[in-house]
Design a protein around this ligand. Structure first.
Ligand code: B12
Ligand code: SF4
Length: 512
């Protein structure tokens, strides 16, 4: 059977050229499904429309040429409405093809997803590897769909939900993701030129942060691949796409310290000298472990800091303390490991004061990169239920395209959406428009560039990181880059916007 897997383009297009938050990565979920289907003998192709910013209209030519029997489309919450447009595009050019949607959103909202359009035939809930293989085979052989676990589908005008599929227990038993079907050389982390290879070495997380939908998708059960299996894949990536930075995207990479040590030892035994990074909880690190990781190539750790205010951390059931956060960052700095601090504003109990406190807190942590997000309730999480119950969102939305983490969606009493948006904007500037950050960033690009690619390529990399900044300055004016003292001071804000607009007008009308 011919199967096409699509990663739809969505809101990221706005941020594609952004010097700080541009981040593209292989859709590993699709790559795993592709690998399973290929192993089962199907003819599989992938279209990463998000990577190339191909709209549904632009993708049609591609879809028609391949003429698939089955099309799988990935849908996160903010991309589900875009995924629907791709489903319609598929049916326009290949009316007989069946369309399945999978990913976190269809997992939690299968009914709504199927009701968007008749172009969507199936929703795959949870892990999609076995369910999509069973579906492809059943369609090929004309068999009943009733036995396929994890499948929701429409039949005679009604929607049916088969029981959930069991979680995959032995992750070593499934094939490596089919990276060869994706444009791997185009994926990059944080606007940098370094080739990033996302990697999953374990799935799930036993913790219960109230906002986290990934842990809920994997039902809070942590399952890990063996050190040998993990290093086999790293070796494969390094042999095929030299000098890629391995980014472990696991929810909870370091739950078993024994396994982390075993991965490090296995890399050493095979003389693998690659740069890698991972995401960790601040309460699962200790100095010895970080030291070992640093000596075995770990150069970057992503920490879900969330907030600098202990009350907020408690409210969202993060289970970490401000002290643990400070220690983790201090140790990483000491060991030369770069850090990414991820924060979210607008959780229950958030005030303007706590947000400002968090911004200063994160600057003191001295991370190499930051991600500031608007607290967003995703379906399947306790936070979503709480938001509905308390009226922070009025009803279950039909249009999810604003659930991007960039756009505040909650109606809070203490802080309005508009204020939160302005604060987010301020936070990005407050962090990045510091001499310390600029120097650190150049140093980061030089250090890693020289290690991985040599001087010529490094010079291009540094220029590549710096040019978008200069373009920004040129577009909006230097004055518009200056920070207001108070992000919520309306007068100051509009003054700034006025200058930015004036400068823009001057560019458009050279006579002025
Ligand atoms: C790497 C990553 C990215 C990468 C790559 C995304 C991608 N297309 O895979 C980039 C940087 C591009 C990205 C962007 C964003 N991401 Co992201 N990302 C992740 C991360 C860390 C890993 C994803 C991964 O590889 N998982 C491992 C694989 C095996 O699991 P999986 O993707 O869930 O896939 C399985 C099932 O879901 C299912 N499945 C998935 N897709 C499909 C498709 C079909 C057809 C089928 C049948 C099944 C199926 O089967 C897969 C195999 O079992 C996850 C967190 C996590 N640990 O998963 C967040 C996560 C997926 N991202 C999230 C978010 C919110 C975003 C952004 C909005 C962030 C932003 N502000 O821009 C954007 C949205 C992009 C979009 N298109 O809408 C949320 C999604 C929440 C939700 N309910 O939708 C997650 C869960 C993080 C979180 N805890 O909040 N992200
Ligand atoms: S520790 Fe991370 S992955 Fe685990 S529940 Fe909390 S946010 Fe989710």
């Amino acid at each position: 059977m011919k199967v096409l897997l699509i990663n739809p383009a969505g809101h990221e297009s706005k941020y594609k050229k952004h010097p700080v938050i541009n981040f593209t990565a292989i859709p590993l979920g699709l790559a795993y499904i592709a690998a399973m289907l290929e192993e089962d003998g199907h003819n599989v192709k992938a279209l990463d429309a998000a990577c190339f910013q191909l709209s549904p209209g632009e993708s049609k030519k591609w879809i028609k040429k391949f003429n698939p029997d089955l099309v799988g489309i990935q849908a996160f919450t903010p991309s589900v409405n875009y995924a629907v447009e791709y489903a319609d595009a598929v049916k326009e050019v290949v009316p007989d093809a069946k369309v399945m949607l999978g990913g976190p959103h269809p997992t939690f909202m299968p009914e709504q997803t199927l009701n968007y359009t008749k172009s969507i035939d199936f929703c795959i809930r949870g892990e999609g590897e076995y369910t999509s293989v069973h579906l492809a085979n059943a369609l090929e052989k004309g068999k009943s769909l009733k036995e396929i676990k994890g499948l929701s589908f429409r039949h005679n005008g009604s929607i049916y939900h088969n029981p959930d599929a069991p979680l995959i227990e032995d992750l070593d038993a499934i094939p490596f993701p089919a990276r060869h079907l994706f444009p791997v050389q185009h994926y990059r982390f944080f606007g940098s030129r370094f080739k990033g290879a996302s990697f999953i070495s374990s799935r799930g997380c036993p913790f219960r942060c109230s906002f986290c939908s990934e842990a809920a998708l994997f039902r809070h059960q942590w399952r890990a691949r063996s050190a040998k299996n993990v290093v086999d894949e790293i070796e494969y990536i390094e042999s095929k796409w030299k000098n890629s930075i391995i980014g472990f995207m696991d929810d909870c990479f370091a739950l078993s310290k024994k396994r982390v040590w075993a991965i490090c030892d296995e890399m050493k035994a095979r003389k693998l000298d690659c740069a890698w990074g991972c995401a960790m909880r601040v309460d699962l690190v200790d100095y010895n472990m970080l030291n070992k990781m640093a000596r075995h190539g770990c150069g970057m750790i992503y920490f879900g800091v969330e907030s600098g205010d202990q009350h907020i951390l408690n409210n969202v059931k993060k289970g970490t303390s401000v002290k643990q956060i400070q220690n983790a960052f201090k140790w990483c700095r000491k060991l030369g490991i770069d850090t990414i601090a991820s924060l979210a504003f607008g959780f229950p109990g958030e005030t303007k004061r706590s947000v400002m406190k968090t911004i200063e807190f994160v600057i003191d942590l001295k991370p190499s990169f930051v991600v500031f997000a608007a607290a967003t309730p995703y379906p399947g999480t306790p936070f979503f239920e709480e938001a509905l119950k308390n009226g922070w969102i009025k009803e279950i939305p039909e249009d999810w395209s604003r659930f991007t983490l960039m756009d505040p969606v909650l109606e809070l009493t203490e802080i309005s959406k508009e204020e939160l948006k302005r604060i987010l904007f301020y936070a990005y500037r407050r962090f990045h428009l510091r001499m310390q950050y600029l120097l650190d960033r150049v140093w980061f690009e030089l250090r890693l560039g020289l290690k991985l690619y040599g001087p010529f390529q490094t010079a291009i990399t540094v220029a590549d990181a710096a040019l978008p900044w200069l373009r920004w300055m040129k577009k909006y004016g230097v004055l518009a880059q200056l920070l207001p003292k108070d992000p919520l001071d309306e007068k100051e804000y509009y003054h700034r916007v006025y200058f930015a607009k004036k400068k823009k007008r001057r560019i458009h009308n050279p006579k002025n």
